[in-house]
Ligand binder design. Structure first.
Ligand code: ZN
Length: 309
């Protein structure tokens, strides 16, 4: 791709600021083998297989809102056993929900990206906490939700569709330390959860997003970039092509309102459709998503790892 000198320079600076080590230049096959080896090693070193996940049997609190799955609809709440870090991270996020399924039977994850308090995320949370939270969410998605979606669809479902709504986005969100968090999360996903994205729709993108996208694109694999579609206000047809209207929130052009739940389809204290998340005594200050007791118990109790016993 041809880019102007200015763009090339901006990209170069961005990469230098964010990336101390350039990505290794394996060929495709070597890279695939390397990736698998790294993933196995990383999962072992971080006890990822032992990460607790919420199920209807173990009644662990969920890490984000869920709608329309076998597991009862739920919101994030300061339930006992949930760490204070999860509530703190979520309180700076614009709102997120695993909301029903697309036409392929894949779960749809919706995030109000435009309402993220980017500076606060960077200032008041650590990369480690955010990565831990992300692992907790990913493991829940793969071990609990995808399993249920597979059973329902009668085929293997191992990918999710993602909708990032940029409504509310402004220049203040394009904040370097905050983007480093995005980088850490997308790096971890690409390295350790490869091929788990069905499609990613970025909607209501402001024109300034073009500049950020040029930089973000530099961190992503070509395979990931192919699955991403970016829209301004003209996204409704594309979303409805992919997601049934009854499964798509009304504010994104569908018919769903989730009136039975506080906060509706995608609850958010920042948007103001849900009260703030306030941590209490029952929410210990640890880096992991759940309390140390639950993290420890999950090592020996398969029920907490999402297995039925
Ligand atoms: Zn809904």
């Amino acid at each position: 791709m041809v880019s102007t000198d200015n763009e090339a320079e901006a990209l170069k600076q961005f990469r230098e600021a964010l990336d101390k080590e350039t990505s290794d230049k394996y060929n495709d096959e070597e890279q695939a083998v390397q990736q698998l080896t790294d993933t196995v090693k990383w999962r072992k070193e971080n006890n990822v297989d032992e990460y607790p996940v919420a199920t209807s049997e173990n009644k662990l609190p969920v890490l984000y809102a869920i709608r329309g799955f076998e597991l009862e609809d739920a919101n994030l709440t300061p339930a006992p056993g949930l760490s204070e870090s999860v509530l703190r991270i979520a309180s700076y996020m614009g709102g997120s929900c695993l909301h029903k399924t697309d036409k392929d039977g894949c779960p749809v994850y919706i995030e109000r990206l435009g309402y993220h308090a980017a500076k606060e995320i960077a200032k008041y949370t650590t990369v480690d906490e955010v990565v831990q939270y992300h692992i907790g969410c990913n493991e829940f998605l793969h071990r609990v939700i995808n399993k249920q979606c597979s059973a329902k669809a009668g085929k293997v479902i191992n990918r999710e569709t993602v909708v990032f709504d940029c409504t509310g986005m402004g220049w203040y969100q394009f904040h370097m330390p905050a983007l480093q968090y995005l980088r850490a999360v997308s790096d971890s996903d690409q390295k350790y959860y490869p091929e788990t994205m069905n499609k990613l729709f970025i909607v209501n993108a402001p024109s300034a997003f073009v500049y950020v996208w040029k930089m973000v694109k530099g961190w992503l694999d070509p395979g990931t970039i192919e699955k991403i579609q970016i829209f301004g206000k003209d996204y409704k047809e594309a979303l409805l092509d992919h997601i049934p209207a009854e499964n798509l929130p009304e504010f994104l052009g569908g018919e769903c309102k989730c009136e039975h739940m506080p906060g509706g389809c995608v609850p958010s204290p920042i948007v103001g459709n849900l009260p703030p998340y306030v941590a209490g005594e029952q929410n210990p200050k640890v880096t992991t998503s759940y309390s140390t007791e639950i993290m420890e118990e999950a090592k020996t109790n398969p029920l907490l790892r999402g297995q039925t016993v």
